[in-house]
Design a protein around this ligand. Structure first.
Ligand code: SF4
Length: 244
């Protein structure tokens, strides 16, 4: 189906309160095989990965391999891939990790938006060429920025974004994990509530917000994948790229 033919408001009304599996199944039947999911392979990613394994195991699951992940995250990704039989593909920056480090060093300190753009936004855009839909596991209760996340939306590039867990709370995630006896990321018990790249992730105290340990001490709360507004990013080579 042509994405422009979808009645997005009607779909959001229809799916509000529906189970994530129902929404995921609709997305796969409507767009498969031109649909992919993204996952950061942390504890709160596990329910959606478990559902993908049951509803659409052949769906590609893209992992943004920035070269800055904790080794525990890479091991957890491999463990989940094997256990669930997922079709995982790692996406790296265009010139590879070594070239990035040589050219940009600790760019995450100086310009984290540009670092996220080169390591996450651009690789995903490349991988999504030709895809009609994108599945993401973000939830409205994670941050203020995500509070209005629709279940189904149409991106500026004409691609449909589906967030089957948008209406879930952190409690729903835990209920699902316990019901299905699913594993936790090994760093969770050390206080890492949300886990991204190692240089930009801190453990948090009890009672902190789920994403408070991400880019701690900065205004930044998003890597750019889930920002709807787009702007130009100045590159270190002096040029400009359409980006976060
Ligand atoms: S999270 Fe940090 S290290 Fe990872 S891509 Fe973004 S700025 Fe770079």
């Amino acid at each position: 189906m042509d994405a422009s033919a979808l009645d997005i408001p009607a779909l959001n009304l229809r799916f509000e309160g529906a189970s994530p599996e129902t929404i995921l199944g609709w997305a796969w039947r409507t767009f498969g095989p031109e649909i992919a999911a993204t996952s950061s392979f942390q504890t709160q990613s596990v329910p959606l990965l478990h559902m993908i394994a049951r509803v659409a195991p052949e769906m590609p699951v893209f992992f943004l391999d920035t070269g800055f992940h904790f080794p525990e995250t890479l091991a957890f990704r491999d463990r989940l891939r094997e256990r669930f039989g997922l079709n995982v593909a790692a996406l790296a920056p265009e010139d590879g990790h070594e070239a990035f480090r040589r050219r940009h060093g600790d760019l995450y300190r100086r310009d984290p938006d540009l670092c996220c753009f080169i390591n996450k936004v651009e690789p995903l855009e490349r991988a999504m060429k030709g895809m009609r839909a994108w599945i993401s596991g973000i939830r409205r209760d994670q941050t203020l920025h995500r509070a209005e996340t629709p279940l189904v939306s149409l991106g500026p590039e004409g691609r449909v974004k589906v967030c089957p867990l948008a209406g879930w709370s952190r409690r729903d995630v835990w209920r699902y994990l316990h019901e299905h006896r699913l594993p936790e990321h090994p760093l969770l018990k050390k206080g890492y509530l949300s886990i991204g790249c190692a240089p930009c992730t801190q453990p948090v105290a009890d009672g902190a917000g789920e994403r408070d340990g991400r880019w701690s001490g900065r205004q930044k709360t998003e890597c750019g994948l889930h920002l709807t507004e787009r702007r130009s990013v100045k590159t270190t080579s002096g040029g400009e790229r359409d980006g976060v």
